[in-house]
Design a protein. Structure first.
Length: 349
């Protein structure tokens, strides 16, 4: 019952429910693009349903992963170029899942902002859908949180959550041994790690995001640094199913130095020849701008290698050919050896 007074509404407090509803309608076609076997119910409910049997599994083990995009978002916000960060979000989760030997099945996102701008949010979520399409998983739900007073105007944050599956006994790493060949898959650039340092180095350089990129005069510096993280899922699953893959390491925060040892058994190390690939121009520029030494570069950035596979030596050639057919640039980095950590020969700089 009303007494005729105009009371304060939720919109007066800064939360526009109608804008949220409009966003859900806007992104439904994007989510529909990602539908795959196993999806029972997606956007709109209080939860999303997924049927593992319909997805083809008989005795599945579930694997979960969650991640964000980090301070790369700051560049996207400052430049307005938000279309690729959704791909980054998916990649950071599903590239981890595949390292366990799992096929990503579905993805949920969390998008938080001070004031919901439907167009910007839709572009971000459409990027998430694109990442899901590229990795074969379904975008089946998420949360859009409009929180006035928590974020500055135009700011937002992203988090992602993915679930994958494998048949029991198919988990990785498994069977890694001395003599395994280490194959590296090329990265698309910096991917989504080390951006607090990247932003510091851009500040040191005196350049702005809209200045011409120093290593690629066909684009701006901001656009170059926002190149989306490469998705390795379908390619790596093809290699795993071909047999001979003992481990996969996603090269994220900590670089080659910290991530490869995570998949090596105690007593084994990675022996990497730094002359087996060329340091991409973006990393050359970052190293030069910050006067970074090689060790710091290797433990901060991917340095041009976004995923490493430890494979049976007598199958390395065939797996290299398969990965190349899948569109990957493959480097034979070195081998698994006795010892601990990662040892390097040669030089990147």
């Amino acid at each position: 019952m009303s007494d005729g007074k105009n009371g304060i509404t939720y919109a007066d407090a800064g939360v526009d429910i109608d804008a949220g509803n409009a966003l859900v309608e806007r992104i439904k076609p994007a989510a529909k693009r990602t539908k795959r076997s196993g999806v029972m119910a997606g956007l709109g409910g209080f939860g999303a349903l997924f049927d593992l049997k319909d997805a083809g599994y008989t005795d599945p083990i579930l694997v979960g992963a969650t991640d964000g995009v980090g301070t790369k978002l700051r560049i996207a916000i400052d430049t307005g170029n938000v279309d690729g960060v959704g791909i980054d979000l998916v990649a950071m989760c599903v590239n981890d899942l595949v390292c366990q030997g799992a096929e990503p099945l579905f993805f949920l996102d969390y998008f938080a902002t001070g004031k919901l701008e439907t167009e910007t949010a839709a572009r971000i979520i459409e990027g998430i859908a694109e990442g899901c399409v590229q990795s074969g998983c379904a975008l089946i739900g998420g949360e859009t949180a409009e929180m006035p007073g928590m974020y500055e105007a135009g700011d937002f944050d992203l988090a992602g959550f993915s679930v994958g599956a494998m048949e029991r006994g198919a988990d990785l790493p498994a069977g890694v041994k001395a003599g395994d060949v280490l194959l590296g898959l090329a990265s698309n650039g910096v991917h989504s790690n080390g951006y607090s340092l990247v932003r510091k180095l851009v500040e040191v350089s005196g350049l702005n995001w809209d200045d011409t990129c120093p290593w690629d005069d066909s684009q701006t510096l901001g656009a170059a640094l926002l190149a989306p993280t490469r998705l390795y899922v379908k390619q790596c699953l093809a290699a795993v199913r071909a047999e001979g893959v003992h481990a996969l390491a996603h090269i994220t925060g900590g670089g080659l130095t910290e991530n490869l040892p995570r998949v090596l058994p105690e007593g084994l190390s990675g022996a990497i020849d730094l002359n087996s690939w060329d340091l991409p121009p973006v990393f050359q520029w970052l190293a030069k701008t910050g006067h970074m030494d090689e060790a710091e570069l290797l433990k901060t950035f991917n340095c041009g290698v976004g995923m490493i596979l430890s494979v049976e030596a007598n199958q390395a050639e065939a797996l290299t050919a398969l990965l190349q057919e899948q569109g990957e640039t493959v480097y034979q980095l070195g081998s698994v050896a006795n010892g601990e950590g990662v040892s390097y020969t040669g030089s990147l700089l």
